[in-house]
Design a protein around this ligand. Structure first.
Ligand code: DGY
Length: 328
């Protein structure tokens, strides 16, 4: 990676917490998207074409065609742990460094996973809406009965940082843990007595299933109609990872048929659009991709993205490289 002797220009594709922008400003000139919305590809090129380093959002699609038209670009720091929005191979071919923001959002995303689990189990959103509509007539012995979580089987799809944290948080609920992952996670097995099982077994046995895999070609539609059919009638399915891991049309159909208990979703197949009909169902809790959305976490993400970008533009290995072969 070449050293840039002139003051570099950075481009940030959305307004992010000020701390990150201030950090970036110590190392170069910062240009931020002036609009309060996502930019089109043309706008990204027009506004960012002169910059050597970009901080991108998970909503920015960084394709080979875009890179082709930004010859000055040397580094991209994605403001997310997920990086399925970036063609990493194309960046590597052009010697453009890419980084992400792992670790700093693990707690926040695990906490939101638990918010969805409990909201589904105890019908929190449904009951809140009912009360607000003025329908409550006083305590009833059989009203809004939910499911107890304590002692139920937790099934984790994926065994990375966020899955681990969700598992740790489950200890207070005394939940036996099963997980499915390409490779065993000895820490998860030793510390939390988790048992690695095939996906089909986990889907059929777990009471609460939570998805924590990245979106890749092998995880796209990992759960389709065949897999959803395996869920227990009372099962709760949570997705705080990436929408396309679940076939949303199949999910809608399964929820319509009430073939399993409830779903808690923070991510969707075609964000920000939802499959028509999903928002009308009572047995699903829907959030607008808020996994990392706490003030503390977003500030840490901004600082980390800035650190990564500065390092890459200065020719140093960043803390969180995604194409580490560029910094031997
Ligand atoms: C991520 O970082 O990948 C989350 O989905 C959003 O912060």
């Amino acid at each position: 990676m070449g050293l840039h002797l002139m003051t570099p220009t950075f481009f940030v594709t959305r307004q992010i917490p000020q701390a990150g922008l201030a950090h970036l400003a110590q190392a170069g000139t910062v240009r931020v998207n002036p609009h309060d919305r996502q930019l089109s590809t043309e706008e990204l090129i027009t506004l960012g074409g002169e910059a050597v380093g970009w901080i991108t959002m998970l909503t920015d699609v960084i394709s080979e065609a875009l890179l082709e038209r930004c010859p000055k670009l040397r580094a991209i720091a994605n403001y997310a742990v997920g990086f399925n929005n970036i063609d990493i191979a194309a960046c590597t071919r052009r010697r453009i460094g890419v980084s992400n923001t792992p670790d700093v959002l693990t707690d926040a995303t695990a906490e939101l996973t638990w918010a969805l689990i409990l909201a589904c189990a105890r019908r929190v959103v449904e009951a809140d809406g009912w009360l607000r509509r003025g329908l409550w007539r006083g305590w009833q012995p059989l009203e809004f009965l939910g499911t107890q979580i304590t002692g139920q089987v937790l099934g984790l799809i994926g065994a990375g940082r966020i899955a681990m944290r969700v598992a740790e948080m489950s200890r207070g609920f005394h939940m036996p843990i099963q997980y499915t992952a390409r490779h065993p996670n000895p820490d998860l097995e030793k510390r939390l007595a988790a048992r690695r099982v095939p996906l089909e077994e986990l889907l059929a046995q777990a009471d609460v299933i939570s998805i924590h895999v990245p979106l890749t070609e092998s995880t796209r539609h990992l759960l389709g109609s065949g897999q959803l059919r395996l869920l227990k009638p009372s099962a709760i399915l949570i997705n705080t990872a990436r929408g396309p891991v679940v076939d949303e049309a199949a999910l809608l159909e399964a929820l319509r048929q009430k073939s399993f208990g409830a779903a808690g979703l923070d991510v969707y197949e075609n964000e920000p659009r939802l499959t028509p009909g999903l928002a009308e169902l009572p047995n699903v809790v829907l959030l607008p991709h808020l996994g990392s959305a706490t003030t503390e976490t977003r500030t840490r993400m901004a600082m980390l993205a800035a650190e990564n970008l500065i390092a890459m533009v200065q020719g140093r290995r960043p803390p969180n490289p995604l194409n580490s072969q560029l910094w031997p």
